[in-house]
Ligand binder design. Structure first.
Ligand SMILES: NC(=O)c1ccc[n+]([C@@H]2O[C@H](COP(=O)([O-])OP(=O)(O)OC[C@H]3O[C@@H](n4cnc5c(N)ncnc54)[C@H](OP(=O)(O)O)[C@@H]3O)[C@@H](O)[C@H]2O)c1
Length: 295
């Protein structure tokens, strides 16, 4: 078992907390950044580091305090960057510059599958395209994980889509590729443990493919009750109010990509979660009730 230290940025987010969990399970000493002095991180076995992950001085202090020379870097257009690609780019550059100054020996950057393939309307990916380039030119030893749509979007109360009994909602009914944020963490552990294989490389994180009817069938199997598949909003409203995301879905719906496959990802992580596996793993509806019937 490795006891090497990893600093996970934005550790209380949907991705961060599952990445922390997977890295702890893989035997790393995990330090997670949060702006809060009272986070749930210690309960996960994570050392909380009070740090705003978008501030250079905070990151310098976090790297010095923890001694971590491995880093999992997230940037966030919608949250921390407040829908500004320029701000997200600056925040990502700050993290890469801090890693360089501290002598980080492996930085994993969480990007997005096929990000250079979307049309110009998909503004929330513009900074990540530039950040991949910045990282490649930085001389910081790196690898890149490129996840597709998260299963977690199926239970996302913050974005008006809480998972409820008997129904599953998403922004498209058509076939889509999904991954669990936990599998982003498990892939990160694989890369950190095998730097000779992974430094300088990119991996698409794609666990499963199916349409919303198949997602509903998976929830039905786990819950033991009938489940309907429904659009989270009509497509004309998606086009009107979520233009950026709408154009991302058009790329998926026209079957252009993401080009990676679950089969390819399973060469690296053979037990990557399927929809059924993710509902079992997730375990609960948004109101806290268990999904699987208790005996
Ligand atoms: N949804 C998908 O299907 C999908 C697919 C691929 C990639 N992604 C990428 O995933 C990333 C989002 O990650 P996530 O879902 O894990 O994020 P998240 O859950 O929205 O992150 C929430 C955390 O962000 C921190 N935060 C919020 N506002 C902040 C601010 N102003 N300054 C600093 N920290 C702030 C808070 O941490 P504290 O309060 O503890 O500091 C909060 O717990 C995006 O880059 C997106 O492109 C998403």
């Amino acid at each position: 078992m490795s006891t090497e230290s990893v600093l996970v940025l934005n550790a209380t987010g949907k991705v961060g907390r599952q990445v922390c969990r997977a890295l702890c399970e893989a035997g790393f000493a995990v330090h997670g950044t949060t702006r809060s002095a009272n986070s749930h991180l210690p309960a996960l076995g994570v050392n909380p580091v009070v740090c705003n992950y978008t501030q250079r001085a905070d990151l310098d202090r976090a790297l010095a305090q923890t001694g971590a020379r491995k880093m999992f870097v997230i940037t966030d257009f919608f949250g921390a960057a407040k829908k500004s690609a320029a701000l997200e780019l600056a925040q990502g550059q700050i993290a890469i510059d801090a890693a360089k100054a501290a002598g980080v020996d492996h930085l994993i950057f969480m990007s997005v599958a096929d990000l250079e393939m979307f049309d110009e309307h998909v503004t929330h990916l513009h900074a990540k395209v530039a950040l991949e380039k910045y990282l490649r030119a930085s001389s910081v030893p790196f690898s890149i994980l490129r996840p597709c749509a998260f299963f977690e979007n199926l239970d996302d109360p913050a974005n008006w889509n809480p998972l409820k009994k008997g129904v599953v909602k998403f922004l498209s009914l058509k076939p889509c590729k999904f991954c669990a944020t936990y599998d982003i963490g498990r892939a990160a552990a694989i890369q950190l443990k095998n730097p000779a294989q992974w430094l300088g490389k990119t991996l698409d994180v794609i666990g499963w493919e199916g349409d919303l009817t198949q997602v509903a069938a998976a929830l039905q199997k786990v819950s033991g009750m009938p489940v309907k598949a429904k659009l989270a909003m009509p497509i004309f409203l998606r086009r009107l109010f979520l233009k950026d995301i709408h154009h991302m879905f058009l790329y998926y719906e026209e079957q252009k990509g993401p080009r990676g496959t679950p089969e390819a990802f399973k060469q690296i992580l053979p037990d990557a979660l399927s929809a059924e596996g993710w509902f079992r793993f997730h375990g609960r509806y948004a109101n806290g009730e268990p999904i699987a019937p208790t005996v």
